[in-house]
Ligand binder design. Structure first.
Ligand code: FES
Length: 102
């Protein structure tokens, strides 16, 4: 059953700087987009690159290996060569804690 797990604090995740966390054995990339926090699967669906090492452009992340684009807020693909989106996780902020539902 899904549950919310504390993964970081709000000070840990700066705008434009994704943070990799591991939750129940899954690699999850955390993002701060204009003060709102998002979590998506860290593993690119194209060849498995770590999306947390990519470049943030607005509300999109560019894969560091071949340049696929994903929407940080939904996990959907927004640019090739990937053609499948990544999982998106619900996030809630409790005080200064960032919690991810997983
Ligand atoms: S591994 Fe991400 S675009 Fe190729």
């Amino acid at each position: 059953m899904a549950e919310y797990v504390k993964v970081a604090t709000t000070e840990d995740v700066e705008p434009g700087k994704p943070k990799l966390v591991e939750v129940n054995g899954r690699r999850v990339a955390l993002f701060n987009v204009e003060g709102s926090f998002y979590a998506i699967d860290d593993i690119c669906t194209h060849r498995g690159a770590p999306l947390s090492e990519g470049e943030v452009m607005g509300k999109e992340i560019q894969c560091p290996w071949h340049g696929a684009m994903f929407d940080i807020t939904t996990g959907e693909v927004s640019g090739p060569p990937a053609d499948v989106g990544v999982d998106k996780f619900n996030v809630r902020v409790s005080g200064s804690d960032i919690e991810v539902e997983i």
